[in-house]
Structure formats: C-alpha cells, structure tokens
Design a protein around this ligand. Structure first.
Ligand code: TXA
Ligand code: MG
Length: 344
C-alpha cells in the first residue's frame, strides 16, 4: 500500500475554511480506523483514533514499536482531554499555561482509553499540539488521536514529510505534508501523578519555563534504567545507522578533539560526517559537514534532519554537543541517546 499525500500550504493556515476542506478526508480516514501522518509544531505524528484498539495496534505494527511503549493521546480542547483523562490540579495549571504547545502531561487515565494506547498503564499521556493542521484534524475527527512520532522505531523523528515517506510511505494510508516542523524535537513529557513532578523526556518546552509554575525533578533517563518510569526511556532512540560520537566541553577543546578524531578515522578508511554548529570550523577536513546552527533553537530544529542526511554517506558521525539550557537540553538528550558521549 502506498500512502496518499496531501499538501497543505502554510499560507492556507490562515484560511481555516480551505484547510478544513482538505482535512475532511483525513478526518474520515481516522474515524474509519486508518493511519494518517500529520505535522505538529514538534515533529510529524502517526495518528490513529485513540478509542479504536485495532487502529492503535496497527500503529505499533507499522512502526515496529515495542508494545510496552505507550502512545501520546492528542486532543484539540480541554473537554476532549477530560473525557479520557483525570486532569489533576497541577496538570490543569500547566495545561492552562502551555496548551496548546510542546508539552505532554502524564495523568490518570479514564476507562474510554483502551489498554493498547497506554501499554496497560493506569496513566495516559495527553498533549494539545500548537499547530493549525493537527488541531483541525483532531477537531474534525471528533475523537482523540493517539500518535507517536511518524518514524520507524529507533530512527530519528521526522521533521519533514519526506522523512515520513522514507520510513512509512509504503505502510500507512495518508500523509499530510505541511512542510518542515517548527521546533524539531518532540514535546517535553511531565509525569504529574507524582510529587514533585518528574520530567520523563526533555523536549520542546524548556524545563526552565515549567519550573516557573511547578516543582519538577529530573529523572536520569541517560543511564541504563532497569525499571523505567517512561517506557520510552529504555530503548535506543533517534539513532542513525552510522556510529555516532558526541563531544562536549569547551568549544575550542571540542573542535580540536573532533579534528583529531576525524583525521584518525579517515586514515583508517572510514567516511566521516560532522554535525557542527558552525561548519567553517571544519572546512579543511575530509568529512561531510552539516551545519545545524549556532543557537540551541536552530540546533533543535535541524538536528533530526541533519542526522538523516549524514547517515546517507557517513560510517561515523561526530557531533558537537550544545549547552544544556532551554532547548539545548532536549538536543543533548537526543544526542546522548543516539550515540556515545565524550566529555573533553
Ligand atoms: O512531540 C511529540 O510528543 C510527538 C508528536 C507527534 O506529538 N510525539 C511523540 O510520541 O514523540 P512518541 O511516541 O515518539 O513518544 C512518546 C513518549 C515515549 O517516551 C513514551 O514512553 C512516553 O511518551 N509516554 C507515553 N505515555 C506514557 C505514560 N502513560 N507514562 C509515561 N510515559 C509515557
Ligand atoms: Mg518517537
């Protein structure tokens, strides 16, 4: 089966009526149990009716995702959220401030959500995406949409429709192409059922912002976790096929180490790719250099796409670490999970 592709022009987003016409078909497909990939402000999602257990099972199958890794349920308004989840006081406080936006709240689930969605957990992850296409799609479908990132399990998340086509183009019903996603890393996942709250995944909403409203504790998902709080923590993630090495520390030291490593590897005959904030620094080297930008926001936006690009040619990818502040925290989390980390 080849997915049909619908293009939505970003300019249309202002014209909600024309957008609605385009998305009606996608919404009908969701209601009939189909799988539809759609853009959000973070990454592309692979959506199914969250109340349809057969459709949800298909998500796991086409992504080759382990069944014990639960899905995020996407809603278009608070009424829909309350129909499937117990929105506790702190969850409501965070939702009021950050919904719609790149934040996912883990709360107690209600009966309506089948166990396939939550991998049997009593909690459910709720998110209201800040993207006109995603919101309109959920609203028209009139059901909450369960959606993981629209990549094959373990691969970098898709920030462009082409990435979805590459991984899932032959396995799903429809892809809504809304251009490149804005933030580029997935939502921040917060467990609101514990005190203090716990960050299960750093993401598109910086922790500093959440801390203005609530006490939040970091759980170390970087180490080997035996009984992970968030099942997603225990799997290898975001990983290109090439080996990935991440160097982190003072800028000049990092650059020197990367140069040395690159020379060493190319002498041995390996094709090297470098993921750099600024490509100038590596212009003399025998390596494919992809620049992800000098701010953490740019780095977040370009990270997954750059990993996919380098993966086409490189045997080994060497990346510069970024400062673990704001979105940089999410970028480093993805790099650490995808590869080996060296402090210089
Ligand atoms: O930005 C995003 O969050 C994107 C877009 C499409 O919305 N979605 C996304 O979904 O990244 P996914 O499936 O790739 O990641 C969901 C994460 C996983 O780490 C999973 O373990 C965690 O959320 N999760 C889901 N339900 C949970 C629950 N009830 N308790 C703890 N963690 C949960
Ligand atoms: Mg994912």
């Amino acid at each position: 089966m080849k997915a049909e592709i619908i293009g939505v022009d970003v300019k249309d987003l202002e014209d909600l009526r024309s957008l609605e016409e385009k998305l009606k078909k996608a919404a009908r497909l969701i209601r009939k149990g189909g799988l539809v990939a759609f853009p959000t402000e973070t990454v592309y999602g692979l959506g199914a009716n969250a109340l349809d257990r057969e459709a949800v099972r298909r998500i796991f199958k086409v992504k080759e995702r382990p069944m014990d890794n639960p899905l995020i349920v996407h809603v278009s308004d608070m009424k829909m959220a309350e129909s499937v989840a117990e929105m506790n006081e702190v969850a409501l406080r965070l939702a009021r401030k950050f919904f719609p936006g790149p934040l996912t709240l883990v709360v107690q689930k209600k009966e309506l959500i089948p166990p396939e969605v939550t991998a049997g957990l009593k909690t459910v992850a709720i998110r209201m995406p800040c993207h006109a296409v995603a919101l309109k799609l959920i609203e028209l479908a009139e059901v909450p949409i369960a959606a993981p990132s629209a990549n094959l399990a373990g691969k970098p998340s898709p920030t462009k429709a082409e990435h979805v086509i590459e991984d899932l183009g032959e396995r799903i019903d429809l892809i809504i192409d809304g251009g490149e996603t804005n933030i580029g890393v997935e939502s921040t996942v917060i467990d609101t059922t514990v005190h203090p709250l716990e960050v299960l995944r750093p993401g598109g909403l910086p922790l500093e912002k959440i801390r203005e409203l609530a006490d939040v504790r970091e759980v170390d998902g970087f180490k080997e976790v035996t009984a992970p709080k968030s099942p997603g923590m225990k799997y290898r993630h975001y990983a290109p096929n090439a080996e990935l090495m991440v160097f982190y520390g003072k800028k000049d030291d990092v650059r020197r180490r990367i140069e040395e490593k690159c020379l060493e590897l190319s002498k041995k005959g390996f094709k090297v790719g470098i993921l750099a904030m600024d490509s100038e620094a590596y212009s003399g080297l025998e390596a494919e250099v992809v620049e992800i930008g000098t701010s953490v926001e740019e780095a977040a936006k370009n990270l997954f796409s750059a990993l996919r690009e380098l993966d086409r040619t490189a045997d080994v990818i060497i990346a510069e670490g970024v400062e673990e502040k704001g979105l940089g925290w999410a970028v480093m989390n993805r790099l650490k999970k995808a590869g080996k980390f060296y402090r210089v």
